[in-house]
Design a protein around this ligand. Sequence first.
Ligand SMILES: [Zn+2]
Length: 244
Amino acid sequence: MNVASASLLTIFGTAVGSFLNVCIHRLPLRQSLMWPGSHCPSCQAPVKPYDNIPIAGYLWLRGRCRSCRAPISIQYPIVEIATGVTFLGGYLLFDSPALLIQRLLFACAMVVLFVIDLEHRILPDVITLPGIVLGFVLSLFLPPGWRDSLIGIVLGGGSLWLMGELYFRIRHEEGMGFGDVKMLAMIGAFLGWKLMLLTLVLSSFLGSIVGVAIIMLNRGDMKYALPFGTFLAMGAMDSGAVGD
Ligand SMILES: [Zn+2]
């Protein structure tokens, strides 16, 4: 491994994380990602370029807006650090630059879906639907190959849709959102059906551990809807670390 390129890619990752923060903040509000530039949500003051530096900006502003002193969410540096670490992890895991780019694009989408589902309980179509297409197109040249990708889309979307449908017939309430169905189809498109199934197993396992903990803490309140997309994103990030 080359320390210089690993460091550069990690720093680049934190800058990408900064852009992912913009996506996380603006996509649920259906705002443009390009315009206007970064500004304080409280006083609308534009963020100075030197305050917009990933992680460092948050540190020297001590987590507050330069103009109005309104607190800046800790989510901003956390997403920047997580994305930087993900880029470093990808660099260490993948020798093929093409596969590395494919997995990093996928990981960025998972980071955005993770936070948006956690905060808003939605998985925007503007990420999942183009994600299914992009994952399939890339699979024409890269692992898992177009056959595994196509099976991943159909099996991923289909299995979750069927589970949701069965749950609805039995319990007469919505158990699974259609967003989860499209997200798992996207995971199948990028990773292929085998790693998609691994993702489903990992995220169901994680989800049930957290679910049991919440039920115990809430003394048996089953109504607390868990954001399944958040668990799918975690499972997919682990599964995506497997080569092909
Ligand atoms: Zn402000």
